[in-house]
Design a binder for this molecule. Structure first.
Ligand SMILES: *[C@@H]1O[C@H](CO)[C@@H](O)[C@H](O)[C@H]1NC(C)=O
Ligand SMILES: *[C@@H]1O[C@H](CO)[C@@H](O)[C@H](O)[C@H]1NC(C)=O
Ligand SMILES: *[C@@H]1O[C@H](CO)[C@@H](O)[C@H](O)[C@H]1NC(C)=O
Ligand SMILES: *[C@@H]1O[C@H](CO)[C@@H](O)[C@H](O)[C@H]1NC(C)=O
Ligand SMILES: *[C@@H]1O[C@H](CO)[C@@H](O)[C@H](O)[C@H]1NC(C)=O
Ligand SMILES: *[C@@H]1O[C@H](CO)[C@@H](O)[C@H](O)[C@H]1NC(C)=O
Ligand SMILES: *[C@@H]1O[C@H](CO)[C@@H](O)[C@H](O)[C@H]1NC(C)=O
Length: 598
């Protein structure tokens, strides 16, 4: 095509009918489709950096908020990368887009979040857009070459020096910029009129869920629909909170064998499963479990676990450690001897203190814990061959944050908990909240810009998530409700909020997926938010399907908070009921802090 301008080619194509993917997906056509310098404030695109190639017969992927797409269906798309620099800053940020074939495109754009300290899920996440006819986009945040450098590799310029640009890019900026460039590129690529509507979505879970909220809070006018799963927001509390279990063990001077805690979880699940009206291996009402089941009743029960080289998946997302040829944050393989014993009073005391949530030394509430029936991921201890005993293993998910983001020292973890008390935890949380209130904390509760532009959000959280407590999501929902509708009575404020924000707990689910110990349902929230945005079908419940176990394939509606599920009619139907005692059990005021905690 050399020798013809893109405009001339486009004109010719218009005469012969719609352009094919092959015609549109060339470096020169993409360069032509990019927004000109000056159109997007502060963003200067670098046309010479463009790469473009057609990919055929690809299958759709899934980010965690989208459904299991039909794996037999295949798609063709244009794979594009391009760099930009910020006006006045000689940085380079890489963007990556999958643009579906014109006959598949449904005027949708989908921003995809990352996880852990990664801002991007790479091509696996991008291919989630294919099943929805959406252009999908991601960014490397400007953290380094390629798309695999994570934010914790670049948050420090050196010991003691925060890289504020990287922190803010990770906090909210990079993903918003990826979306505004992606929409402009889509307009050019598909020759859409400048005022034509591109339905704009964002979906992510874990840190991707925090990123989803960052987009609502900071780029509210840009998005029509957002799916935010198990958000790692209230970042300072969330990250420091990963150390709570270890500080409890250290304070109570008892390091439980992992099998003892696992047995407590198994007995909790068995006792609480029927409380929701159906015995199906899933605790759909962890609130009733909290109110009715006393884990002290497990003292004296025998437990046994065979010897193994135990793999702990940790947070599972950070690339930082794998680059160094070791495992992701918090993960690792360790030898565990056979564990044969009975649940001790001390073991139950540790478990109960963790479940009560972090309190300062005066007993004031500082944070939430995972719900009962979640596993005790952060409480894992390590076996010491030399002393034949179980010892402290500091959760690097929390320790790395304290080391790099609060102490501002290069490192993967803190060395010990010597001198660390519950009050130290509160001090760390307070300090980090102030340091990162404008970037990572991600709990701004005034969402007027988003709601007044007609944005809709589906927020979801696995009820048995042990990495990010489900009650953290409940607390934010309630912060938004009370800040947005301060003068309405409770039920009216819930009604008003439900015009644009609905929250769903996923029974039995763990962190951004179903859990092995409770094989329950999982929703396709991206489809639900699309129906809400484009067809005005507000989800009173979201449909979910059981993906494994004896009930595999069963479809279950998930109840919208504050309604809670109860199986009635001999376990054949879910009723969504209002239960004040249950709601109260999820409600905390964090009086260990002087500032409001949203
Ligand atoms: C836009 O600005 C960048 C950075 O100065 C430059 O590299 C690029 O060539 C400019 N784009 C055009 C189309 O001039
Ligand atoms: C894609 O699939 C079609 C139909 O199955 C097949 O004819 C074609 O050769 C495939 N193309 C590539 C590049 O694999
Ligand atoms: C997409 O483009 C990037 C950058 O050129 C390249 O590394 C990657 O392999 C491409 N993916 C496919 C599936 O072609
Ligand atoms: C807990 O239950 C699971 C099955 O869900 C089982 O595989 C495991 O061995 C049990 N753990 C203990 C300590 O009994
Ligand atoms: C565990 O210990 C008890 C009591 O010492 C013993 O009876 C039992 O056989 C042991 N179980 C296993 C699997 O070793
Ligand atoms: C601890 O002892 C077990 C069993 O004797 C052995 O397999 C394992 O390698 C030892 N681990 C270490 C770190 O020495
Ligand atoms: C930075 O801090 C780490 C952890 O305290 C230390 O090991 C390292 O030597 C320091 N680096 C420099 C360049 O001082």
């Amino acid at each position: 095509m050399r020798g013809y301008s893109s405009a001339a080619i486009a004109g010719l194509l218009a005469m012969v009918g719609a352009a094919s993917l092959g015609d549109l997906c060339t470096v020169s056509a993409i360069q032509e489709a990019l927004p000109a310098n000056g159109t997007l404030l502060g963003i200067d695109l670098i046309p010479s950096s463009v790469t473009a190639n057609v990919v055929k017969n690809a299958t759709a992927g899934s980010d965690m908020g989208s459904g299991n797409s039909d794996s037999t269906k295949t798609y063709d798309y244009c794979n594009v990368t391009v760099q930009y620099t910020h006006t006045g800053r000689s940085d380079a940020v890489s963007l990556w887009y999958f643009l579906p074939s014109p006959d598949d495109f449904q005027n949708r754009y989908l921003g995809i979040g990352g996880g852990g300290y990664s801002i991007s899920m790479g091509s696996g996440g991008l291919s989630a857009g294919l099943a929805y006819g959406a252009v999908a986009g991601t960014t490397n945040g400007g953290f380094g070459d390629g798309f695999s450098t994570s934010a914790d590799e670049v948050n420090l310029l050196g010991n003691g020096t925060i890289n504020y640009e990287a922190v803010h890019m990770f906090g909210y900026k990079a993903l918003g910029e990826a979306t505004v460039v992606g929409k402009a590129l889509s307009r050019g690529f598909y020759s859409l009129a400048t005022d034509s509507k591109i339905f704009t979505y964002f979906s992510g879970c874990s840190d991707g869920g925090r990123e989803a909220w960052s987009q609502i809070q900071r780029w509210g006018e840009v998005y029509d629909g957002v799916v935010a799963g198990a958000p790692a927001f209230r970042y300072s509390h969330q990250q420091v909170g990963h150390l709570t279990s270890n500080v409890v063990e250290h304070t109570l001077k008892y390091y439980p064998p992992p099998c003892e805690l696992e047995k407590i979880v198994n007995l909790t699940i068995a006792a609480c499963d029927p409380l929701d009206g159906r015995t199906d291996g899933v605790v759909s009402r962890s609130d009733l479990c909290k109110l009715k089941f006393d884990i002290k009743s497990t003292v004296g029960t025998p437990y046994y676990c065979a010897a193994e080289n135990h793999y702990n998946p940790g947070l599972g997302f950070s690339k930082r450690h794998s680059k160094r040829q070791s495992a992701p944050a918090g993960s690792g393989t360790s030898y565990q001897p056979a564990q044969n014993g009975t649940i001790s009073a001390k073991g139950v005391e540790v478990a109960q203190t963790i479940l009560d949530g972090l309190k300062d030394l005066q007993g004031r509430q500082a944070y939430v814990s995972a719900q009962p029936s979640s596993d005790f991921a952060d409480a894992q201890t390590e076996y010491d061959n030399a002393t034949s005993s179980w010892t402290l293993s500091i959760a690097s998910t929390g320790g790395e944050f304290v080391k790099r983001f609060i102490m501002l020292e290069d490192g993967d973890n803190i060395d010990s908990l010597d001198g660390v008390t519950y009050d130290t935890m509160v001090e760390w949380m307070t300090k980090a909240m102030v340091m990162y209130s404008d970037s990572l904390q991600t709990t701004l509760p005034d969402l007027t810009v988003f709601s007044s532009h007609g944005g809709k959000v589906i927020h979801y959280h696995g009820e048995s998530d042990s990495s990010i407590p489900a009650a953290s999501s409940v607390h934010y929902y309630d912060s938004v409700r009370s800040v947005m509708y301060p003068n309405l009575p409770y039920h009216e404020s819930v009604d008003a909020l439900s015009d644009w924000y609905r929250f769903f707990l996923v029974p039995g689910a763990g962190h951004c997926g179903t859990s092995q110990s409770q094989p329950g349902p999982w929703p396709d929230n991206l489809q639900s938010v699309i129906n809400w945005v484009e067809n005005d079908v507000a989800p009173d419940t979201v449909p979910a399907t059981v993906a494994s176990g004896p009930l595999e394939g069963e479809s279950q509606p998930l109840c919208a908070w504050p309604l809670r599920p109860y199986w009635s009619n001999n376990g054949n139907a879910v009723k969504c009921e209002y239960d004040q005692a249950s709601i109260d059990s999820w409600t905390y005021s964090f009086d260990a802090f002087k500032l409001p905690i949203y």
